[in-house]
Design a protein around this ligand. Structure first.
Ligand code: TTP
Ligand code: CA
Ligand code: CA
Length: 672
């Protein structure tokens, strides 16, 4: 529900007697200037593109905005524009149902890589060729980048405004410093030193009784608050932030013709809920005095970081999924069931407290190209054909990253292989002594595949994924560790390639000595003589790679579990895959993890979705242990144990551990 465009407000309800002082102090105002995460005047925005892939296709094809369009991936729809949604279409309808519901529907298949092609393309018959094509999300990645550039261009440079790319179609903005500057311009009385030079002195009240919210959707105030109260500085900060965000959105439309929705609030969690509140092409402001009202209507599983396992565990522990019910639970009880850190974090988060930082990280840390095989593949030749496509895909992205000019260059290559419930990963360093080209990567990747085959049990293979990581800046010259590798003779290099790299996540694999000594000579023949390009990497390095992946993996899966991930190209790499138990009935089944009702034919992909989410959470947990609690506000993770709700977590640790780390950026593990 929106409130009128003009209103009066204040942080404390004292409508009868006008207070002369603000509820905020000079110190808090200066915290705003430095974007302190604890500042109560803080202003954060979240921008999310409307029906993103669908808009990309409309813009690319010049389709008028009122025409219904859906983006197809194989036999499913992965994005549906708003005109098509008016016909009742959503991600779960089949293509046949979609055409029946909306006869004029334009269906555009995503771009694909075809074997042997130099580049991805929009192929007319790609939907028939799932077995030989691989989805490319490059067109959407490129648009995402252009949009990000417009946003940055429109805002003052960092650190005045901070921009964090949160996924392919989302950014967070910390506008605190920028808003502070505008406030001082508009209200010079804020500039003066505090009375008695005491920063704890309260500010004067804003000289205004009404704020203009323009077209913004305002969330209703908490029941204890009234619109009759005069505004305080937090309201003023929100109005200014909403003006800025409206300007950014107008610019994106003007320059690139994309519409987006936005949320403005005091933290990331609330801003994200805000952007989803009214769509498309709208922005929602959650004033501080409206937070409790806004949140109490939500299921807590919709809150950032509570969509996955942790959320499921809390539902199980307290037999409810609503914020309202959970608000009744005393903190002691939350702590008892979830551990001190998780309990405290949860207690605060459902009260709208989140001190997560907007983290401008723009550099790509890793790139992944992956394919799930349905049916599984059974031959080396087929696997190598896919690896060739992965390499072409990754290499073209590396070119964009400036590897040809030696601007940045990845150190490590990783291959993930899944057979049934078992996933294995192999890593190798990419020799620095040679020019980075497709042949180099292809040889290295084949070397890793050789290692997988040498372990045995390679077929049938359900998923292969290749990634590069460990980017280094400004690598100059062609010297380095690669030179060392190149000095070794071929035999040495081949044995390095075939040597076991660390495999902490594969307890079933026998130790190297017992491993089947597979037809090495045959493999060597097949893979050619250039095996020097792969060498084993240390366990530490491999873990770092996983951390990078975790960081980037999270956001695309930060969607309600009921949303279905229709991806054949999501990476899976996990030690012990947990099969998702489900109940089946009449061609439909109910997923036991998230209670979604889905078609049995969708089960594989849905299970993959859970798998990927669990993986992201596990990787995030791994990351957490390696870089203990960088930030106070991050939610503790319960991901790596089977039933963490039963096991108090992180007892004795002062700060909540760090899962939100995983939410930054999205460059890998996207939907393709
Ligand atoms: P979303 O932002 O979740 O959805 P959307 O942009 O299509 O629609 P909305 O207006 O509600 O924000 O996802 C962004 C893109 O990610 C989406 O256009 C397609 C892709 N995607 C998938 O491929 N599979 C999925 O399951 C989801 C949720 C998204
Ligand atoms: Ca979106
Ligand atoms: Ca999104």
């Amino acid at each position: 529900m929106s409130s009128p465009n003009y209103l009066e407000s204040s942080p404390v309800s004292l409508s009868s007697q006008r207070r002369r002082k603000s509820a905020f102090s000079y110190r808090q105002l200066s915290q705003l200037a430095s974007s302190a995460t604890s500042c109560p005047l803080r202003v954060i925005a979240h921008i999310d593109l409307d029906a993103f892939y669908a808009q990309c296709e409309m813009v690319r094809l010049g389709i008028p905005p009122d025409k219904p369009l859906a983006v197809q991936q194989w036999q499913g729809l992965i994005a549906i524009n708003y005109p098509a949604r008016a016909f009742g279409l959503n991600r779960h309808v089949t293509i046949t149902e979609a055409v029946k519901l909306c006869p004029g529907l334009i269906m555009q298949h995503v771009a694909t890589w075809k074997e042997g092609d130099e580049k991805w393309a929009y192929h007319e018959d790609s939907f028939k060729n799932m077995a030989t094509h691989k989805v490319s999300l490059d067109p959407y990645r490129l648009e995402s980048r252009r949009i990000l550039a417009v946003i940055k261009d429109h805002l003052p440079a960092s650190p005045v405004s901070k921009v964090e790319k949160a996924s392919i179609d989302e950014v967070f903005l910390d506008l605190s410093t920028h808003v502070h500057g505008i406030m001082l311009e508009r209200f010079p009385e804020l500039k003066g030193p505090p009375p008695y030079d005491d920063p704890t002195e309260q500010l004067p009240r804003p000289p205004t009784t009404a704020l203009e919210w323009d077209t913004d959707a305002l969330v209703d105030l908490d029941s204890t608050e009234t619109e009759d109260d005069d505004p305080d500085w937090d309201d003023v900060a929100m109005v200014i932030a909403s003006e800025i965000v409206r300007g950014v959105r107008a610019k994106i439309y003007e320059e690139l013709k994309y519409t987006c929705s936005a949320g403005v609030a005091r933290n990331k969690m609330l801003a994200k809920l805000g952007s989803a509140h009214k769509k498309p092409n709208q922005q929602t402001i959650i004033r501080n005095r409206a937070v409790q009202h806004f949140l109490s209507d939500f299921k807590f599983t919709k809150i950032r970081n509570l969509g996955g396992k942790l959320g499921d565990e809390i539902v199980a522990a307290f037999s409810t999924d609503t914020v309202k019910d959970l608000l009744e639970v005393p903190v002691e009880q939350l702590k008892k069931k979830l551990g001190d850190d998780t309990g405290t974090w949860l207690y605060n988060i459902i009260r709208g407290e989140d001190h997560g930082e907007v983290n401008p990280r723009t550099q790509i840390k890793s790139m992944l190209s992956a394919k799930s095989f349905r049916p599984s593949i059974n031959t080396l030749e087929t696997a190598v054909r896919w690896i060739r496509i992965f390499v072409a895909d990754i290499f073209s992205r590396l070119v964009e990253e400036g590897v040809l000019e030696n601007k940045r260059r990845p150190k490590t290559l990783n291959l993930y292989h899944r057979q049934g419930a078992q996933t294995r990963s192999k890593s190798a360093s990419i020799p620095m002594g040679r020019t980075m080209d497709e042949a180099l990567l292809f040889d290295a990747a084949k070397g890793l595949l050789a290692q997988v085959i040498a372990d045995g049990r390679a077929w049938p293979c359900a998923n292969l994924s290749l990634s590069v990581s460990g980017f280094e800046e400004g690598v100059t010259g062609n010297k380095g560790i690669g030179g060392f590798l190149l000095r070794g003779d071929d035999a040495k290099a081949i044995s390095a390639a075939l040597r076991e790299s660390s495999k902490p996540r594969n307890p079933e694999t026998p130790p190297p000595s017992k491993r089947r000594r597979v037809e090495e000579s045959g493999i060597q023949r097949f893979f050619g003589a250039r095996q020097e390009s792969s060498g084993a990497v240390s366990e530490k390095e491999e873990r770092e790679d996983f951390r990078e992946e975790a960081e980037e993996a999270h956001s695309p899966f930060d969607i309600p579990p009921s949303a279905q991930l229709r991806s054949d190209d999501v990476s899976r790499s996990h030690a012990g895959e947990q099969r998702v138990e489900s109940t089946k009935d009449n061609g439909r089944y109910t997923c036991s993890r998230c209670n979604s009702s889905l078609l049995v034919t969708e089960q594989g992909e849905h299970d993959d979705w859970h798998f990927a989410k669990d993986l992201a959470a596990d990787l995030a947990a791994e990351e957490r242990t390696s870089s203990a609690a960088r930030e106070q506000s991050r939610p503790p993770s319960t991901s790596s144990s089977k039933n963490p709700a039963a096991q108090p977590k992180n007892k004795g640790r002062e700060r909540p551990p760090n899962v939100a780390k995983a939410e930054k950026g999205q460059k890998k593990l996207k939907f393709g």
